[in-house]
Design a protein around this ligand. Structure first.
Ligand SMILES: [Zn+2]
Length: 454
């Protein structure tokens, strides 16, 4: 048994049903589960660990719902700069074909640490190519070292250039190999229990990089095993047109035909989705991982987030791959989501109203939890896990601010000062509990050089 008392926060943002923000707030947790939340004077006097949050904003840990962490190894790769999605992929696939188990392990450690530094406590990563013996196991080992909750994907690609797809033969696998390994990884690592540190998601790269049969079989397998389903959908205009031309259906109708709608499914991007399609997503509780930085960098488009929220589509945030962002900072993506949505209603661009700043913190926390199918995280309230991060309101970036909660996005992003998962320290005073950043960055630079060198 161990207890944690967080007290004296300048403001504690709960994200509970009433969206309470508690001045001089805190909470008391036992074994990683919150037992009391309130003003500091109403909480127990002491605990095994007492965290004095004076001068700090305390927020629920952020939840990342889409990434390809291995791409931290190909950030700013010159041939992939300033081009659209298909050219970007063609430039990068041959490089990613050199990925090794060590490269996967090192990049996962670095990417998870980078996200934790922006306040992230739960990460979904969508890795869909496994060349040269690399495995999901490599990522799960790395996540344990960093200390964040990790939702790994057993992603896949089965169609290569010879089948009319984009990737080279060396990065695709047979459908039998893919399905067998999905079963292995789910049986070995998926934890369905509350407080789980590791879950597994079945995640073909996109409906165009695997066969229709594999999409259908992946859904059947995931439902049989009780795990979630994820893929890219309607990221670009080209993709929308391709779906209509080749399958005679709009993207969501095509997903429906494959058995890919439901409260256990979420799509990355969903930029080109019409009103009728999003109504169907809302009705089936099919979620979206909104990735604003990526959508801007590769000129994909603006996802209709205000419409999704008004219709009741579950919306979370994702940093997306580090080669199209190129950062892994979810607080920055929450800020960018806000700015992009505000721009989307400017005269000459679109219509509607700018959503409030807090809505984007909501998407990044409780919204992400819903998208990942978790009711044990995303808010700081009784019964939830003690996952949180702090921002130091005494930093110069916040000086003169009159609203410390809105400041997290409007004045940000600044790094998280402290990060806790399940009531345990991950980052304290800007430093990770065990990983030396300089050594890790050096190892990562070496892997990145090897990857590009072939
Ligand atoms: Zn992606």
């Amino acid at each position: 048994m161990s207890t944690l008392l967080v007290k004296n926060a300048r403001v504690l943002v709960t994200m509970d049903g009433d969206r309470r923000e508690i001045a001089s707030g805190g909470f008391f947790a036992r074994d990683g589960v919150i037992e009391q939340v309130g003003t500091s004077v109403d909480l127990p006097d002491t605990a095994d660990e007492v965290f004095d949050a004076s001068g700090l904003l305390v927020l629920p840990g952020l939840i990342n719902t889409h990434h390809h962490i291995y791409q931290t190894l190909t950030r700013t790769y010159p041939p992939a700069q300033n081009v659209g999605l298909f050219s970007w992929l063609r430039a990068l696939y041959p490089v990613w074909a050199n990925l090794t188990p060590d490269a996967v392990r090192t990049s996962t450690t670095l990417g998870l640490l980078e996200m934790a530094k922006s306040g992230v406590t739960t990460v979904f990563d969508h890795q869909y190519l496994w060349p040269n013996g690399s495995r999901v196991d490599d990522q799960i080992d790395a996540a344990g070292q960093v200390g964040v909750r990790f939702h790994a994907s057993r992603g896949s690609m089965s169609l290569s250039e010879k089948d009319g797809g984009l990737p080279p033969d060396s990065v695709v696998q047979t459908e039998t190999e893919i399905l067998d390994d999905c079963v292995r990884v789910i049986d070995a690592f998926h934890d369905p229990n509350p407080g789980a540190m590791t879950r597994v998601v079945v995640a073909p790269c996109s409906p165009f990089s695997v066969s229709e049969a594999l999409m259908v079989e992946s859904a059947a397998l995931a439902r049989d095993k009780g795990v979630r389903l994820h893929t890219h959908l309607a990221e670009t205009k080209d993709e929308e047109e391709y779906t209509i031309e080749n399958f005679g259906k709009r993207p969501v109708h095509y997903a429906e035909a494959l058995g890919w709608l439901g409260d256990d499914v979420w799509f990355a991007h969903a930029v080109f989705i019409d009103e009728q399609e999003s109504a169907q997503m809302a009705e089936t509780s099919t979620g979206v991982a909104h990735c604003p930085n990526s959508n801007m960098v590769i000129s994909s488009g603006i996802a209709p987030i205000a419409r999704y929220l008004s219709q009741g589509v579950p919306v979370g945030l994702g940093v997306d791959g580090s080669a199209s962002n190129d950062a892994s900072n979810l607080l920055q993506d929450a800020r960018q989501a806000m700015m992009l949505q505000h721009l989307s209603v400017a005269p000459g661009i679109g219509e509607g109203a700018a959503l409030p700043t807090r809505q984007f913190l909501e998407i990044a926390t409780i919204g992400g939890a819903r998208v990942l199918g978790r009711d044990d995280i995303g808010s700081l309230e009784v019964g939830k896990r003690a996952d949180f991060f702090t921002l130091d309101l005494n930093r110069i970036e916040f000086a003169g601010s009159h609203d410390p909660v809105a400041a997290a996005l409007l004045c940000g992003p600044v790094p998280a000062r402290d990060v806790y998962v399940e009531g345990n320290t991950v980052i304290s005073g800007y430093a990770h509990r065990s990983i030396d950043e300089g050594t890790l960055a050096e190892a990562h630079r070496a892997e990145a050089a090897k990857l590009v060198g072939g």
